[in-house]
Structure formats: C-alpha cells, structure tokens
Design a protein around this ligand. Structure first.
Ligand code: NAP
Ligand code: GLV
Length: 319
C-alpha cells in the first residue's frame, strides 16, 4: 500500500479490463485509495471497496470486509446476479445527466425514424428510386410514445419527447407527480392502460425479477397495430421469439434493439438479418468517466465516514 492510501479497492470484471477501461483519470479520482486487480492475492482483508462489471460468480468470496461495490453504469443487474455478493454489501449505481442526455438523443433518433419512415427512404435509395411519401407524413402529435421506467434516464427521455410534441406517457412502479405534457401510469393496471394507447414503446426499465420478460407477446398485442419497439433496457426484458412473431404478423412495424440477452449478439442470430430490426451494440449511451470518478470518490468518502454511500440501490427492490 502506498504512503497516503488508507483504503484498498479491487477491480472485478470478467468482460472488461477495468484498469485500462477506467484509465488514468480514474486513478486520479481514486486519490488515497490503492487500486488492485481481482483476484487480489495480498491482504484481502484490507479490501473495503470494489468496482465491478459482470463479476465472476465467486468474485466477492475472498473479501470479508467489503463494504460497497460500485457499478460503472446506471444498471446494476450484472452485479446483483453475482452469487457471492453478500446481502450486507451496498451496491452503488452511477447517476449521470450527460448519459441521460445521450440516451435521449438515441431514443429520439429512433422515434423520429419511425415517424418519418427513414427505413423506407434508405431502401428506396438502395434501389435508386425517387418516390415521395406525400400523405404518409405524420405529425408528432399523432404518435403516442410510452416510456417504461420514469427514473433518472426515462424522465429525461420523456421530457425531451414531450418538448418535440409527441404525446408522452410514462410508467413507473410507484405513482408520482408528472411534469406538464407527460401522463403518468403505475402498477399492473397502469401498464395495461398505457399499452392500449401506445404506438412507440421505449423500454428504460432496470432488469429485476418483476421486469424480466416484460416485452412479450401480450405486451405487443396491447399496442396499436403497426407499433414500434425501442429496447434500450436489458436484453432479458425481451422475449425474442415473441418480438419476431409480432413483426411477422405486422402487429409491430419495426424495432430498434440496443441490448441483448447474449452480448455480443451471436453471428447467426436472426436479429442481424431481419429487415425491420435495427441492431446497435449496447451503445445507446456511455457513462462519462467524470461521473464514474465522482461516484467512486463519494463512495470512498462515505465508507470512511461510516455512512451509506449516495446512489446505493435498494437490494430488496433490485434497482
Ligand atoms: P432508475 O433511475 O433506477 O429508474 C428506474 C425506473 O423504472 C423507475 O421509474 C422505477 O419506478 C421503474 N421501475 C422499476 N421497476 C418497475 C416495475 N416493476 N414496474 C414499473 N416500473 C418499474 O434507472 P435509470 O437510470 O433510469 O436506468 C434504467 C435502466 O436503463 C438501467 O437499469 C439499465 O438497465 C438501462 N440502461 C441502458 C443503457 C444502454 O446503453 N442501453 C444505458 C443506461 C441505462 P419508480 O420510479 O416507481 O421507482
Ligand atoms: C449501460 O448499460 C448502463 O447501465 O449504464
């Protein structure tokens, strides 16, 4: 341990080289914290903090005094799924308004793409075909959009879409006051009600036992015929076969998918070639290094002070 470090933090990931990913800016943010890589062979008892992304199953077994695990993203499902995460360990998410803004622009791209038939123009250009869509043009106010999840990111997306003139509805677990121009829904009845008025469905839910598989046949069947799915939550929210069936039947006109149950999307997966599916590689929006650094610093300070770190998620709720 160096002279000024009073805490040891372990970096744990089976999918990323976290030391390289976080870079020198993070080392600066981690002032007074010694950063070690998992598996740490030295004095594991000194490890009180971890930064993790897709940790291996046994990752946390070796650190008996671990107090908190920081995610490097908004989502924490990959950390909560780790069997060696003890119930007393705090799990901290990143809250980053810059990330919410990037997500908003990504969702708007797809909403307007559906509204203005971008895919049709692209197909026409490939055939060098000059054809105006004319009366096919639709106004924003005629295209209702529902956002599943009205949290740090969903709220920003909903607000921006409402500003652009789309009728926006938002669904959350608990009822809450809504900003002007956004209609709020909650609970199972709320989901049923919102879907019955939805053309474009945006999934911005965290992955929990309650939300797993929520994008399924029944969900799509409740939406307007010819609807559109923007799936930016987690891959496990979607029942993949049900999406393909809804597209084949014309119940859905198309889908933009950024997250998948298996990432990277396997080479022979039908989503790659399906003409009305847009695939992006879990790239809708990055968390900024500044936000990761600030989260980490605040967590280390809280542990030193014996406080619960800010942005600790509710382990019971799963987000
Ligand atoms: P958040 O602040 O925790 O908000 C979650 C929202 O979902 C809240 O409004 C919550 O309701 C609602 N919710 C949770 N469980 C629910 C349920 N069973 N029924 C109805 N509503 C429920 O999360 P966030 O920061 O907005 O991020 C949301 C998710 O987006 C992340 O967990 C992650 O999976 C995904 N994400 C994806 C990318 C990407 O690049 N594709 C990037 C960032 C995030 P309450 O308000 O009532 O609590
Ligand atoms: C990305 O998926 C995140 O959770 O920030």
């Amino acid at each position: 341990m160096n002279a000024i470090a009073d805490m040891r933090c372990v970096l744990v990931s089976k999918s990323l080289d976290l030391r390289r990913y976080l870079g020198p800016q993070f080392a600066h943010a981690a002032d007074q914290v010694e950063i070690v890589s998992h598996p740490h062979e030295g004095s594991a008892a000194d490890v009180r903090l971890a930064v993790a992304w897709h940790p291996p199953d046994d990752a946390f077994e070796r650190y008996p005094n671990l107090k908190a695990v920081c995610s490097i993203g908004a989502g924490v499902d990959n950390i909560l799924a780790c069997p060696s995460l003890r119930p007393d360990i705090d799990v901290i998410r990143v809250v980053d308004p810059a990330q919410a803004q990037m997500m908003s622009s990504f969702v708007i791209w797809h909403v307007i793409g559906h509204q203005r038939c971008f895919a049709t123009y692209q197909a026409q250009q490939r055939e060098q075909r000059w054809r105006r869509l004319g009366l096919g043009q639709r106004r924003a106010q005629d295209m209702p959009v529902a956002i599943l999840g009205f949290g740090e990111i969903g709220r920003r997306v909903a607000t921006d879409l409402a500003f652009l003139g789309f009728p926006v509805m938002a669904w959350s677990r608990t009822a809450k006051p809504m900003p002007q121009g956004i209609s709020g829904f909650d609970g199972a009845d709320g989901l049923d009600a919102i879907l019955g008025q939805t053309e474009v469905l945006v999934n911005l839910l965290p992955l929990t036992p309650e939300t797993r598989g929520i994008l399924n046949r029944r969900t799509f069947a409740r939406m307007f015929r010819g609807g559109y799915l923007i799936q930016v939550g987690r891959g496990e929210h979607l029942v993949e076969a049900d999406l393909l069936a809804a597209l084949d039947s014309g119940q859905l006109a198309g889908a933009a998918l950024d997250v998948f149950a298996t990432e990277p999307l396997p080479p022979h997966h039908p989503f790659w070639q399906y003409p009305r599916i847009v695939v992006t590689p879990h790239d809708a929006c990055e968390v900024s290094m500044e936000a990761i650094g600030a989260t980490f610093r605040a967590t280390a300070e809280a542990i030193r002070a014996g406080r619960r770190p800010p942005h600790s998620i509710d382990r019971e709720r799963g987000y």
